[in-house]
Ligand binder design. Structure first.
Ligand code: B12
Ligand code: SF4
Length: 500
């Protein structure tokens, strides 16, 4: 080992869940950070608990709620950490994983005395004071690559931007890490560091033969929706990788791991329309070359305003079968309160065009936002019903969640709308359970917890009952599939292509 080379162990802890199982996901954060510090001469071990043991679960209790930890158990993680490690990093992307991360940090600090433990991700970025109570030595606020490299290189932690410890906690909220100027400088995620075959087997069995891999083409989001945690991590910045760099990753995933589907995890996939348009054209070429054996979907956000007909054509031709549309509400006043601007006519055109192009549309809908009266709730329902008639297939209904460090949380706290100030983070995992008293975060003069739950149940049922045309299409689907199979076969035969 070279003199200044350090050994870092990066851990993505088991997932907290209200169920005994979860779909398997790779920690892209751990894979990106690992490849970056490796490029800069350090040695890395990655323990991605969910991929290590996707079928393993343990029960645990958090504030009286019975929950599950899915993935490699904490004691096994402790045994797997190399004794020679110089630093241990733990990724905590969501607050609901805080109890597991705290437990793991405490155990590590007992067993690996003197080894600095660093927490990163959206949880420590948004709740530094609480995250430090885990016993971790340092937290990283924001993007981890540059501060992590600086720590491993032995720089003075007090001088590294984004490194938070007990000594500078008072300035933590403004102490963002230095962002990587050019995202292409981060090498492609290193999946050889995890038991990738476990992931491949899980992905194929979970999605009936399709092998999906996550890809992130950009980081952050320029918008400032009041309910979004993004500003705590990326401070409203948005940067993208070059199209060529993204394609290199997709080709690698297809050739080395035989990926057939890409899941984009961007916060805002279409923030730069020109850039997105070029990427879609290239994806279209891949789809053509692979004779359709390629598809993609966006797991997270995309910019609705960018979706015009030419872009939707490219989306269709590039292998996207399903679009998740962040519509959120049907009352402009509530959207304004969310700090979102949405052109309703444009949304209708998007839904109609997608239906015509055969792209399935799913919309997000939030209920119980501060200011939502019975009237505005009905207005929202009417709007979503109109969209259903135009072809919207599914609506994901969510109760408003005021995540700490969001503008929404600050507002709710100031206006004393929070039902419980000290609500455990895991309560968001059980929020749909009507028997759990914690299931809704806020109450206003327009609604109480029961009314929000009523709206939630009503919207979920009303907006997801199949329309007449959906029922007809569902009935015809098997025949359509048979027809397409025969048509495809005849087409290939006519072209003289070899039979498969
Ligand atoms: C993929 C994903 C998931 C996957 C997780 C896969 C995994 N193993 O990581 C799954 C499907 C499990 C998931 C579930 C949920 N998710 Co999610 N998810 C995402 C998503 C779309 C991408 C995460 C990602 O890979 N990003 C790419 C990497 C490179 O970026 P990153 O994670 O920010 O990491 C960087 C920094 O944070 C930092 N960093 C991260 N870890 C570490 C560690 C160290 C040591 C250091 C130094 C730095 C560091 O450096 C990294 C590289 O620069 C994000 C949104 C987003 N675009 O980030 C939401 C997001 C993380 N999810 C979110 C939420 C709310 C949830 C759910 C609660 C949703 C729900 N209602 O069910 C559940 C929780 C599940 C549970 N049971 O606990 C929120 C988190 C909010 C919060 N603070 O709690 C996010 C931010 C979306 C949002 N904008 O609201 N999610
Ligand atoms: S557009 Fe999406 S990612 Fe961006 S601030 Fe709004 S909710 Fe967050």
């Amino acid at each position: 080992m070279a003199h200044n080379q350090k050994h870092l162990t990066l851990i993505s802890p088991p997932l907290c869940s209200k169920n005994q199982s979860s779909s398997t996901h790779i920690s892209l954060a751990a894979a990106c950070l690992a490849s970056f510090v490796k490029k800069h001469g350090h040695q890395v071990t990655v323990i991605d608990a969910l991929v290590e043991q996707p079928c393993c679960w343990r029960t645990f209790a958090d504030n009286g709620a019975a929950l599950y930890q899915i993935g490699m158990p904490l004691d096994d993680i402790l045994k797997t950490i190399p004794r020679t490690t110089d630093y241990i990093g733990i990724s905590v992307p969501f607050n609901s994983n805080a109890p597991v991360a705290h437990d793991l940090t405490k155990k590590i600090k007992e067993m690996f005395r003197g080894i600095p433990v660093i927490l990163g991700g959206s949880y420590p970025s948004s709740l530094p004071e609480e995250a430090l109570q885990s016993g971790a030595d340092y937290l990283i606020k924001g993007e981890g690559e540059i501060p992590l490299r600086a720590l491993l290189n032995g720089e003075n932690p007090a001088r590294i931007k984004g490194v938070i410890s007990k000594t500078n906690l008072d300035t933590a909220q403004e102490n963002f890490a230095e962002y990587v100027g050019n995202l292409d400088d981060i090498p492609l995620p290193d999946y050889d560091l995890i038991p990738i075959n476990n992931y491949i087997l899980s992905s194929i069995s979970e999605s009936k033969g399709t092998l999906s891999f996550p890809v992130i083409t950009s980081r952050g989001c320029p918008n400032a929706c009041t309910f979004c945690i993004n500003r705590a991590v990326y401070n409203r910045t948005w940067r993208s990788r070059s199209v060529e760099n993204v394609l290199d990753e997709i080709h690698l995933l297809m050739e080395k791991y035989r990926a057939t589907r890409i899941v984009f995890l961007d916060d805002n996939l279409l923030a730069d329309k020109q850039h997105a348009s070029r990427l879609l054209e290239e994806l279209g070429e891949i789809k053509k070359k692979r004779e359709g054996n390629f598809s993609w979907y966006a797991f997270c956000g995309l910019h609705l305003e960018a979706l015009d007909v030419p872009l939707l054509e490219k989306i269709r031709d590039s292998g996207c079968r399903r679009l998740l549309l962040p519509i959120e509400h049907g009352d402009p006043a509530i959207l304004k309160a969310m700090n979102r601007t949405t052109d309703f006519n444009k949304v209708k055109t998007i839904i109609k065009t997608c239906a015509k192009f055969g792209i399935m549309t799913v919309a997000d809908c939030i209920v119980g936002f501060p200011g939502e009266t019975k009237k505005s709730f009905s207005q929202s329902m009417r709007f979503f019903c109109t969209l259903k008639k135009l072809g919207l297939e599914k609506v994901n209904v969510y109760k408003t969640k005021p995540f700490p460090a969001t503008a929404l949380y600050d507002y709710c706290k100031k206006e004393r709308l929070l039902l419980r100030d000290d609500a455990p983070h895991t309560y968001y995992l059980t929020h749909t359970n009507p028997f759990n008293n914690n299931w809704v975060g806020i109450t206003t003069k327009d609604f109480d917890a029961h009314e929000v739950h009523r709206r939630y149940l009503y919207a979920s049922r009303r907006l997801n009952t199949p329309t007449f045309s959906q029922k007809v299409r569902a009935r015809l689907a098997p025949y359509k599939r048979k027809y397409l199979k025969i048509a495809g076969y005849l087409n290939r035969k006519n072209k003289g292509a070899p039979k498969t």
